[in-house]
Design a protein around this ligand. Structure first.
Ligand code: ADP
Ligand code: TPW
Length: 596
């Protein structure tokens, strides 16, 4: 432990005897070991970065991986490494790799794995594990846990490798499972003993697999495409909804062409913002509550009819009660054939990868396409203009103290001036207001809490976004949200990443105004230390800390951060009374039927 073992990557001429000692005389054969087979298998498959946290049994692995030219980004908590891996997967279509130690490290990474699966992000959680014989007899090994069994229900697939000669297959299976079909999280269990196993280097090299066509195209059926085109052609009030599957697919030009050729208004889901610039005249985002119940044909492109779209029914869609369906007909483009009919009837499912489906639709539409009726477009434009004007009025105000709107007016300008910057966003009000106020201009630039509305993705996503893209990252964080991953500001400073964290500090979860009804000394459960100085945190690690109490101070600090690319944390003081309980989803809080 503690030293880098002699490196014996396949093809080098260093000689080892088993146990890792350099051979004294020329009797030995070329050998490799489990450590290097894993590294070589990852490299062979184009994986260049590993996000993780060292410890038994993977410490030497992290050293050897770095020595072998992989970028190893070490975190302060595995959940953040896992979130980094997941979002790297979303951004690149290659599985993001998270590496952890056994039991507790594995469990820390598991939330991110489950979240990746839920969001259809491709990642592989690789965890070291303890002695199988001892774990299976429950004899109390160091960090004993049956990790494979625990990971299975939370992952798209889970594998364990016991023998060095199976490492190539194990990595290949994990890669395929992560990126083919509907992407997701994969668990790969590597027991400590495996890393130390040795085998003939040449045989080891031959055992590795370079995965061919890991995410094969899935061409939609011609009937399915025809059905969808006919439905769309007959629509009087058509609408397209773009989800993060559409962003993931990297079919940006064809998606834009489909929308512009058909003239159909579209709504971007949160992480699909920027697929077309939010300022596009066909965006109906500012008229969302009008278009959803009014539309007669809705085409979903990589978006599920889950809670974020009110399950495709209820008042949001023009139904009378929360269970009633509206009158819409749905077309759904998705790679998962099981997705259709999950909540309401899908009249025209188009199953395939979005790139292939959209180009088939483009071909099906041909050159004689009629734009949607002018009344529909005019009605949307009217609502949109009214709402935009109302928002502009709100944004122009300069209340004291600063509120979400006046602060986000600044963020909106900074993002507009830096369209390549990546925006990471979490919180409740800090999330909802940012999503609706800050326009995005390019695809895959907005990364957020996704399908679960999970807090804690912030710094992991920010680190990965900076590492993967090299672009500046702006993280807009509620003060509660930031706390889940805040220690990673050290990681941001350590790797000198161009990340500007803005903590919207309103003294608590949602708000800072609750009081303890008993009058006792404890503050209310949603309240934090008032007037906290989050900016001091980053200064401890050599980053730039700024305390901003006005939009002008916030603007100056953000401009400097983006320009200098220095790790920066801005403590943006927000009115503690601003915001609502749970942001836009207040109604999801259960309220007792019992009379008070
Ligand atoms: P949002 O939250 O933005 O509405 P969801 O996560 O609910 O988006 O939906 C994403 C959908 O996209 C999933 O149903 C997934 O199967 C699908 N998907 C992901 N990648 C692709 C792809 N390359 N081609 C087709 N569908 C995809
Ligand atoms: C893993 C529940 C949703 S939003 C939120 C919590 C705790 C924080 C809201 O306060 P914040 O934002 O960040 O200060 P703002 O702008 O409203 O003041 N644990 C997990 N995920 C979730 N979603 C929660 C708890 C929650």
């Amino acid at each position: 432990m503690g030293t880098v073992e002699p490196r014996v990557a396949a093809g080098t001429d260093v000689k080892l005897i088993s146990g890792g000692q350099i051979a004294a005389n020329a009797q030995s054969q070329d050998v490799t070991d489990g450590f290097h087979l894993v590294i070589d298998a990852l490299k062979l498959n184009g994986i260049d970065t590993v996000f993780g946290l060292p410890g038994i049994p993977i410490t030497d692995f992290t050293r050897m991986a770095q020595a072998a030219g992989l970028r190893v980004i070490s975190f302060r908590h595995e959940q953040n490494a896992g979130n980094a891996a997941a979002i790297a997967g979303f951004m690149t279509q290659k599985p993001g790799i998270c590496l952890t130690v056994s039991a507790p490290g594995f469990l820390n990474g598991l939330t991110a794995l489950a979240n990746a699966t839920t969001n259809c992000f491709p990642m592989i959680l690789i965890s070291g594990s303890s002695e199988r014989e001892i774990v299976d007899l429950q004899q109390g090994d160091y960090e004993e846990m049956d990790q494979l069994a625990i990971a299975k229900p939370l992952a798209k697939a889970a594998f364990r490798v016991l023998h060095a000669e199976d490492i190539g297959v194990g990595i290949a299976r994990a890669i395929r499972a992560a990126v083919s079909g509907r992407p997701g999280g994969v668990y790969l269990d590597l027991p400590a003993k495996l890393f130390a196993q040795t085998m003939d280097a040449e045989a080891g090299k031959k055992s590795l697999i370079k995965v061919v066509d890991p995410a094969p195209k899935q061409i939609p059926g011609t009937d399915a495409v025809k059905r969808a085109v006919e439905l769309l052609r007959g629509a009087r009030k058509p609408l397209i909804v773009l989800g993060k599957g559409a962003a993931y697919a990297q079919a940006d030009a064809d998606i834009r062409a489909l929308i512009e050729k058909t003239g159909i208004p579209y709504l971007p889901m949160s992480m699909a913002k920027g697929l077309l610039p939010d300022t596009h005249e066909q965006s109906a985002a500012a008229a969302r509550s009008y278009v959803l119940p009014e539309a007669d044909v809705v085409m979903l492109v990589g978006a599920r009819l889950n809670w974020l779209l009110s399950h495709g029914k209820g008042k949001t869609w023009g139904g009378k009660t929360h269970k009633d369906w509206g009158g819409q007909k749905f077309i759904q483009i998705d790679i998962s054939p099981q997705e259709a009919d999950s909540n309401v009837r899908i009249d025209a499912p188009v199953v395939g990868d979005i790139g292939s489906c959209v180009s088939a639709l483009l071909a099906g539409i041909g050159s004689s396409w009629q734009n949607p009726p002018a009344e529909w477009l005019a009605a949307i434009a009217e609502r949109k203009n009214k709402n935009v004007a109302k928002m502009a009025e709100t944004l122009a105000k300069d209340p004291k103290p600063m509120n979400f709107h006046s602060a986000l007016n600044v963020v909106r300008d900074i993002v507009k001036a830096n369209p390549d910057a990546i925006l990471v966003n979490e919180g409740a009000n800090a999330l909802d207001f940012t999503r609706s106020i800050v326009d995005m201009y390019k695809p895959r630039k907005r990364l957020d809490v996704g399908t679960w509305g999970i807090m804690g993705i912030g710094m992991g996503f920010a680190v990965a976004a900076a590492v993967v893209s090299g672009e500046p990252v702006i993280a807009i964080e509620g003060d509660s949200a930031f706390g889940f991953s805040g220690m990673e500001v050290e990681t941001i400073c350590r790797y000198k990443l161009p990340v500007c964290v803005v903590v919207f500090n309103n003294n608590g979860v949602y708000r800072g105004t609750d009081v303890n009804p008993t009058g006792g000394p404890d503050v209310a459960p949603t309240v934090f230390v008032k007037g906290a100085r989050y900016d001091k945190l980053i200064e401890a690690f050599g980053g730039v800390g700024v305390h901003a109490t006005t939009p002008a101070e916030l603007r100056k600090a953000m401009e400097e951060a983006v320009h200098s690319r220095k790790p920066t944390l801005i403590n943006a003081v927000i009115d503690e009374a601003a915001g609502t309980e749970s942001g836009r989803i207040t109604s999801l809080n259960p309220t007792s039927g019992k009379k008070k």
